[in-house]
Design a protein around this ligand. Structure first.
Ligand code: HEC
Ligand code: HEC
Ligand code: HEC
Ligand code: HEC
Ligand code: HEC
Length: 220
């Protein structure tokens, strides 16, 4: 006489457990996939903590200070450059300021320790990026950094996924702009020029045929 090791009801239970495990894995995968790529997870719209609550809105839109006054190597090198404390203190004199909002700058000047700004945009080390090649060739700040002129605290306006770089590298015409608008803090991210003008600018900047989508362009 064959005896069942477990009663039939266990079989039923086991199927339920399997079902729950399977649907749990599926749910976790879906949450992970969409959650990980979501704006919330990637920190979009969230400004990192900073030693001073610096406002681009105030400095570039209201006071109309040019980007290059503070990011002085953006048109010359791969790195945009971050302002030295002394750059801030040309206007916010270290000796006379008593604003608590600027206390960290005064302390930085007195101790000779640079301000430590936390990064908003930060590519992985295996990606090569160069500012000057973009801003000298008709691609403006707001196409990549959003409407920085409206930001009171700097936050990520654009996820720096590979697909985003490639979207533009495949068809830069959709973003090309007039040279006078490169540093505009409020120009639209996408080009609003006529098709003819886009073609003229692509020609002027000699864009096209540089293998912009080759892996080795960005992974060297
Ligand atoms: C008066 C100085 C000043 C000017 C002018 C200025 N910035 Fe900045 N910028 C800063 C400081 C300070 C930070 C670091 C604090 C922060 O992230 O807000 C910064 C940070 C940034 C960042 C984020 C960098 C990172 O951490 O990844 C971007 C992007 C940026 N600036 C773009 C611009 C653009 C575009 C302009 C011109 C439209 C501009 N800035 C003009 C001082 C300035
Ligand atoms: C070209 C002049 C200029 C430069 C350079 C400049 N600022 Fe300002 N900033 C101003 C003016 C003008 C105001 C508004 C007047 C004020 O509140 O003192 C201001 C306001 C501020 C405020 C608000 C102060 C308060 O008490 O409400 C902060 C914070 C600030 N700036 C930080 C910085 C930092 C950090 C830098 C360097 C990265 C910098 N600024 C560079 C001109 C400048
Ligand atoms: C084609 C897209 C693109 C354009 C155009 C662009 N940036 Fe950036 N910017 C980036 C990326 C990507 C990073 C992150 C770089 C990294 O992590 O190596 C960055 C980083 C920065 C930083 C942090 C310091 C650094 O160099 O890593 C500053 C400041 C900055 N950008 C300012 C500017 C200003 C000012 C302009 C316009 C004159 C500008 N950017 C135009 C994509 C762009
Ligand atoms: C809005 C459009 C745009 C975006 C976004 C963009 N690029 Fe570019 N990039 C260009 C254009 C246009 C050129 C060609 C410039 C020229 O004429 O040399 C270029 C050139 C380059 C070059 C130099 C290629 C060479 O000639 O050696 C590198 C490297 C590069 N991009 C990396 C990146 C990376 C990495 C990203 C994403 C983080 C990115 N780019 C995002 C438009 C863009
Ligand atoms: C225009 C610039 C650019 C080109 C061209 C490019 N990549 Fe990327 N790649 C990136 C950026 C930006 C990232 C994301 C980096 C980060 O997350 O900080 C990336 C990430 C990656 C990753 C890591 C996984 C991921 O998707 O985040 C791999 C693998 C990769 N690239 C392979 C390639 C291969 C293979 C090619 C050629 C077919 C290529 N890339 C072409 C810019 C580029």
């Amino acid at each position: 006489m064959s005896r069942q090791l477990f009663p039939p009801s266990v079989n039923y239970l086991a199927r339920w457990i399997l079902f729950l495990i399977f649907s749990g894995i599926t749910t976790a995968t879906v949450i992970f996939y969409y959650g990980y790529r979501s704006d919330w997870w990637q920190g979009q719209q969230m400004a990192p903590d900073q030693p001073i609550l610096f406002s681009h809105h105030h400095h570039v839109t209201e006071l109309k200070i040019d980007c290059r006054f503070c990011h002085s190597t953006v048109d010359q090198s791969s790195f945009a450059g971050m302002p030295a404390t002394s750059t801030c203190l040309t206007c916010h004199s270290g000796v006379f300021t008593d604003s608590p909002m600027l206390a960290a700058a005064v302390q930085s000047e007195q101790t000779g320790t640079p301000l430590k700004w936390n990064r908003v945009y930060d590519l992985a080390d295996y990606v090569y990026f160069d500012h000057s090649v973009h801003v000298s060739n008709g691609i403006g700040c707001t196409s990549c950094h959003g409407d920085i002129g409206n930001q009171r605290l700097t936050r990520k306006a654009q996820q720096t996924y590979m697909s985003w770089c490639l979207d533009c590298h495949r068809d830069p015409a959709q973003y090309i702009r007039e040279p006078k608008d490169i540093y505009s803090p409020s120009a639209p991210a996408r080009s609003n020029l006529t098709e003819n003008r886009k073609v003229e600018l692509l020609h002027q900047f000699r864009i096209g045929g540089q293998h912009l989508t080759d892996c080795t362009t960005c992974h060297r």
